[in-house]
Design a protein around this ligand. Structure first.
Ligand code: NAI
Ligand code: MG
Length: 337
């Protein structure tokens, strides 16, 4: 049966990279139907709500989302719709693979996967000011929450991912030396879970040392798992190892729903110019196809991306070329075999 997915093109360059992605999906023969929905500032402008009920209803029906970037105002304004969607569907595992597509960067043949806990840690938003001596903002406090349940399911997800994808090693990056309770609990739980996966090598490392080692010698890693904020930071570092945000995909996976999106944002500086690189969202769509057991279609698309980017004739501006989004997309469609 053809899978219907909810598609939210989103803001800024979102509609441009979404068009490109859907064009390649169609040409590659993906067996999908699309339920197009609004989200973000675009939705706020058109229907006066950044996350319309219709979009939520569609996502609830289809349980699979392909989402473009959504602009989030800093400081004041509405809270992140991305975070809201992850919470609404309990999308606890944020899977962020990075691999070298464009040669000639700092490293060749990078192939790493970061698995970030997506629902706990400092990002739960338990925050407040503490007033003292007439200053209402004399201090501020944010609470880091780690639960045994959350640490256990993300650790297990990382090991199961490693097993299912033929990966050899899982590294837990943590700060249990300083944050003895929260990070200590995460470390203890991960140690227990590791016992169920004897065939997979396992290590734990302090987060700051992990950051340095990733830059010095990324080849010593394979699958990395960590709590929410550490994962946020290191996933951008890892995107940097393969040439930046333009190539980085993400899957947000829950027990009975999943949302796929590029790591980059709405890029207001280039929106509407027709020069955005759609590879991030397209690679996220490939993760979605893997998830839907259409991996053969995903592999065809990944091969076409490799071919076009390596040939170098139709690279977008961020890759150092001069091709428009449409020219790059046409080259991808032509390269599909
Ligand atoms: P950004 O990722 O939108 O842009 C950073 C830089 O990278 C810009 O110079 C942009 O032109 C470039 N860039 C990003 N994606 C590109 C692409 N596909 N092709 C070519 N160049 C690309 O990050 P920024 O500027 O910090 O955020 C802009 C807005 O996006 C903010 O409102 C932010 O909250 C939102 N955002 C949304 C995300 C999401 O929906 N998942 C993730 C990150 C940011
Ligand atoms: Mg981030």
């Amino acid at each position: 049966m053809t899978q219907t997915i909810t598609v939210v093109p989103g803001d800024g360059i979102g509609p441009e990279v979404t068009d490109a992605t859907l064009e390649v999906l169609a040409a590659a023969g993906a067996d999908l139907e699309y339920d197009m929905q609004l989200g973000g500032v675009t939705a706020l402008e058109q229907v006066k709500h950044p996350l319309p009920q219709e979009t939520i209803d569609s996502a609830e029906r289809n349980r699979i989302l392909l989402k473009g970037p959504l602009t989030t105002p800093s400081g004041s304004g509405f809270r992140s719709i991305n975070v809201e969607l992850r919470k609404l569907f309990d999308l606890y595992a944020n899977v962020r693979p990075v691999r070298t597509i464009m040669p000639g960067g700092r490293y060749e043949d990078i192939d790493l996967v970061l698995i970030r806990e997506n629902t706990e840690g400092l990002y739960v938003g338990v925050e407040h000011y503490i007033g003292m001596h007439g200053d209402p903002k004399a201090a501020a406090e944010s609470v880091m929450i780690i639960t045994r349940f959350g640490a256990e399911r993300i650790s297990r997800y990382a090991f199961e991912y490693a097993r299912a994808n033929g990966r050899k090693k899982v590294t837990l990056a943590h700060k249990a030396n300083i944050l003895k309770y929260t990070q200590g609990l995460f470390l203890d739980v991960a140690h227990e879970v590791a016992k169920d996966f004897p065939e997979i090598a396992w290590e734990d490392r302090i987060i700051d040392a992990t950051a340095m080692q990733l830059v010095l010698d990324p080849y010593r890693f394979d699958v990395l798992v960590m709590e929410n904020m550490f994962g946020d930071i290191l996933s951008d570092l890892m995107a940097g190892l393969v040439g930046g945000l333009g190539f980085a995909p993400a899957g947000n996976i829950g027990k009975d729903a999943a949302m796929f999106e590029a790591v980059h944002g709405s890029a207001p500086d280039i929106a509407g110019k027709g020069i955005a690189n759609p590879t991030g969202l397209l690679s996220s769509a490939c993760l979605m196809l893997d998830h839907l057991d259409q991996d053969a279609v995903a592999d065809r698309i990944r091969t076409a991306v490799d071919t076009v980017v390596r040939a170098g004739e139709a690279r977008t501006v961020d890759m150092g070329g001069s091709a428009s989004t449409k020219e790059y997309t046409a080259a991808l469609v032509k390269a599909l075999v």
